[in-house]
Write a protein that binds this ligand. Structure first.
Ligand SMILES: Nc1ncnc2c1ncn2[C@@H]1O[C@H](COP(=O)(O)OP(=O)(O)OP(=O)(O)O)[C@@H](O)[C@H]1O
Ligand SMILES: [Mg+2]
Length: 466
């Protein structure tokens, strides 16, 4: 412990604001020497065993630690040292631990680095060498701290929980701001995972209706027979099984916002009923005669091409023009200039912090893999892959394998971008289908896209189910 060693003459003292260094070594002579040599540059704290080290770390929060692996009660082994390493890093994932070990224990040193140590030095430690390593460790640590601060600020500057610095997203944000204060219906169009629901929520939260309900119905997820009663409600005895009267979701949105997701899945029959509500602001429950006035702002979203659906006669034109008074088109993630890596880093920061894992970045290969991948599942897929990678990662940096973006994703250099995208999409969809025994719902889930999107992609890419 710091005060337990009697030293003469007393070591020179550092400035009170000097960075904090913890030295963990069971040999008193070594502790004393190191404190003597380093006391001028750092505030030095000393610990002779794991318990004391953890206690001092908790109290003083040093940025850097030097750790001798052989600690009591078994100084000849490295178990205590490894346990101390693990304990300290899980308490502070950004701690820089420098392992001090015998030359014969190279394996241990490497393993320690694999377990999150920052660097290692061989005994006997050369003070000059140690000073250089320490200087760099403190420097890296302060850089990382600044970086975390910056990232936090960037995160706070997001728009209503949405990140995006690209001109494409700035335009979306600006439209959201403009339409939020009106009651105009908004149609949000975009591929799966591009953030349509977040946009709908943002519009609601920025509107005068924010204190009233925000009601979400996914028209693609509810069987048609149930959807009608879900939307409009029913009276007691309206149909077999209608034992009680039930209000629908449209009524529940009274005064607030009704968000109809996957509107392209709505049957023609229900399209007529919805159109009527939009025209007259009244509904009738199934089996009821009462006209109920409902004031709800309607926001819809779709990842289907509604214009094509109109041509095919499966979507009503008059309804389309009612819904698309304002239309917001969500850009594909791969088209958002500069957002991809920013989002990747933001998600990494979020999930590393949440899971308290000491992961502080991506390998260069991982960055290249992220940049060259086509991201068919957009932001949702990026978020999911990074969330999983943070759990899977063995080192302190995310690798392409952690992201499940292997070398086989490197595309043939003779393909143009569109061909490469399609080849990759096809490959991933075939794999997901095979893995999930041709169950489209599960394959879509695995790919992070909706079932209708998967069907559409399968059609586009000419993939048939076996
Ligand atoms: N700009 C963004 N910033 C941060 N997170 C985002 C952004 N866009 C989307 N996300 C995240 O991605 C996920 C998918 O977003 P959302 O549900 O809004 O997409 P969607 O377009 O409705 O997808 P789907 O068509 O599959 O329903 C969510 O977890 C959301 O938090
Ligand atoms: Mg959605």
């Amino acid at each position: 412990m710091e005060n337990s060693s009697v030293i003469s003459p007393p070591p020179p003292t550092s400035y009170p604001l000097a960075p904090k260094l913890l030295i963990v070594d069971d040999e008193e002579d070594i502790r004393t020497q190191m404190k003597w040599a380093l006391g001028q540059d750092y505030q030095v704290f000393l610990a002779e065993d794991r318990g004391t080290a953890l206690e001092i770390q908790g109290r003083e929060q040093p940025s850097v630690v030097t750790l001798d692996l052989g600690l009591p009660p078994r100084p000849a082994d490295v178990e205590e040292g490894f346990a101390a390493l693990e304990g300290m890093i899980s308490a502070d994932p950004f701690l820089k631990v420098i392992i001090i070990t015998g030359r014969a224990e190279r394996e241990h040193a490497l393993k320690a680095v694999g377990n999150g140590a920052y660097d290692f030095l061989y005994k006997p430690v050369q003070i000059d060498e140690l000073k250089v390593v320490l200087k760099r460790a403190f420097y890296v640590s302060s850089l990382e701290r600044d970086n975390r601060l910056l990232q936090k600020q960037a995160g706070n500057e997001g728009f209503q929980g949405m990140l995006g610095a690209s001109p494409q997203m700035q335009e979306v944000f600006s439209t959201v701001r403009k339409v939020a204060t009106t009651d105009a219906p908004v149609l949000i169009v975009g591929d799966s995972g591009t953030g349509k629901e977040l946009v709908a929520q943002a519009i609601h939260r920025l509107s005068g209706r924010k204190e009233e309900p925000f009601i979400v119905i996914n028209c693609g997820a509810i069987p048609e027979t149930l959807l009608e009663s879900e939307l409009f409600g029913h009276e007691k005895g309206a149909f077999t099984g209608a034992h009680i009267q039930r209000k629908g979701r449209i009524e529940a949105a009274q005064g607030g916002t009704l968000f109809l997701d996957e509107i392209g899945e709505l049957s023609l029959g229900l399209q007529v009923k919805l159109l009527r509500y939009l025209q007259e602001q009244v509904i009738e429950r199934i089996g009821g005669r009462e006209q109920i006035r409902v004031d709800a702002r309607v926001i819809t979203a779709t990842n289907r091409n509604l214009k094509q659906a109109m041509k095919n006669g499966v979507f009503r034109e008059d309804l389309y023009f009612r819904l698309a008074v304002v239309s917001i088109s969500m850009p594909h993630l791969r088209d958002r200039e500069g957002d991809l890596l920013m989002l990747a880093k933001a998600f990494l920061g979020r999930y590393a912090e949440e899971s308290k894992r000491r992961i502080n970045g991506f390998t260069n290969q991982a960055i290249r893999a992220v940049e060259s991948y086509s991201w068919p599942g957009n932001v949702r897929e990026l978020e999911n892959r990074i969330k999983r990678a943070v759990i899977m990662a063995e080192g302190s940096k995310i690798t392409p394998a952690d992201l499940e973006l292997g070398a086989h994703h490197a595309r043939d250099e003779y393909m143009n971008l569109k061909e490469a995208r399609e080849a990759l999409e096809k490959e991933m969809i075939m794999k997901a289908l095979a893995k999930n025994k041709d169950n489209v719902t599960r394959a879509a889930e695995a790919l992070g896209i909706s079932r209708p999107t998967l069907y559409e992609l399968m059609e586009k890419l000419g993939i048939e189910r076996k």
